[in-house]
Design a protein around this ligand. Structure first.
Ligand code: G3P
Length: 219
C-alpha cells in the first residue's frame, strides 16, 4: 500500500520524506488554509519536497469553474492530481478533465454507489473517508471492502485511497482490505513506528554490547 501524508505542513513533509517512505501527499482547503499560504504557492513548495502524486483541491462548486480551476492547478507541476468533490458537478468535471488527460482524485466519498460513479467518470483516485464514517456510527472500513470488490469485479483502474485515517488500526485495516493508498496525518504515520518491545529490545542490545566491550574497571 502506498503511504501518503495528509498535510500541507512543509516541516512534516520534510520529515516524512527524509524517512523515504512517503509516496505522495493529499491536501484539502482546510489543510491549505491552516498553513496560510495561497494554494498555488503551497503546492509548488510541496512538489519540491515530495516526489509523488500531490492532490490539490478545487474550491469552485460549479462544473465549468471546477474544470478551469483544475486545469490551472494541473499546470503547477506534473505530479499534481486535481481533487474534486463527489457532487454532480464534481463528477462532470472529473469526466472532462480525465478525457483531457488530467489526473483526478474524487474526494468526500462516503458510499460504494458514489465510488462507482467516480470510476465511471475516469477518476485516477477515489477517496473514501473512513474516520468520518466511524464518527457517525457506520464502519468506515466496510466501505473500503465494498469498493475493492466492485472495482475488482469490473477491472476499474481507479485507485482506492483510504482517507480520514485517524489511527494505526485504520491504516492496517485499510491495507488488509486492499486499499491502494492510505493517507494519514503526520501524527498517525509517526505512531506506526511505535512498539514497546522495539524500545526495550534495543536498550538491552546496547547495554549488553557496552558491558562486553567497555574497558575493565569501567564496568
Ligand atoms: O483525507 C481527508 C482528511 O483530511 C479528513 O480527515 O480526520 O478531518 O476526517 P478528518
Amino acid at each position: 500500500m502506498k503511504i501518503f501524508l495528509d498535510t500541507a505542513n512543509l516541516e512534516e513533509l520534510k520529515q516524512g520524506a527524509a524517512w523515504g517512505i512517503v509516496d505522495g501527499v493529499t491536501t484539502n482547503p482546510t489543510l491549505i488554509a491552516k498553513e496560510g499560504v495561497a494554494i498555488e504557492e503551497q503546492i509548488r513548495r510541496i512538489c519540491a519536497i515530495v516526489d509523488g502524486d500531490i492532490s490539490a483541491e478545487v474550491v469552485a462548486t460549479e462544473a465549468d469553474a471546477m474544470i478551469q480551476e483544475g486545469r490551472g492547478l494541473a499546470k503547477i507541476h506534473q505530479n499534481v492530481v486535481v481533487k474534486l468533490p463527489l457532487t454532480r458537478d464534481g463528477i462532470r468535471a472529473c469526466s472532462t478533465l480525465s478525457k483531457d488527460g488530467i489526473r483526478t482524485n474524487v474526494t468526500l466519498c462516503f458510499s460504494a454507489a458514489q465510488a462507482l460513479l467516480a470510476a465511471k467518470a475516469g477518476a485516477y483516485i477515489v477517496s473514501p473517508f473512513i474516520g468520518r464514517l466511524d464518527d457517525i456510527g457506520t464502519p468506515g472500513i466496510a466501505l473500503i471492502q465494498e469498493i475493492v470488490t466492485i472495482y475488482r469485479n469490473y477491472g476499474y483502474p481507479t485507485q482506492i485511497l483510504a482517507a480520514s485515517l485517524r489511527s494505526p488500526m485504520h491504516v492496517i485495516d485499510s491495507a488488509k482490505a486492499g486499499a491502494h493508498i492510505g493517507t494519514m496525518p503526520f501524527k498517525v504515520l509517526d505512531m506506526l513506528f511505535q512498539h514497546p518491545l522495539t524500545d526495550r529490545g534495543l536498550e538491552q542490545f546496547l547495554k549488553d554490547y557496552a558491558k562486553a566491550f567497555q574497558p575493565a574497571g569501567v564496568r
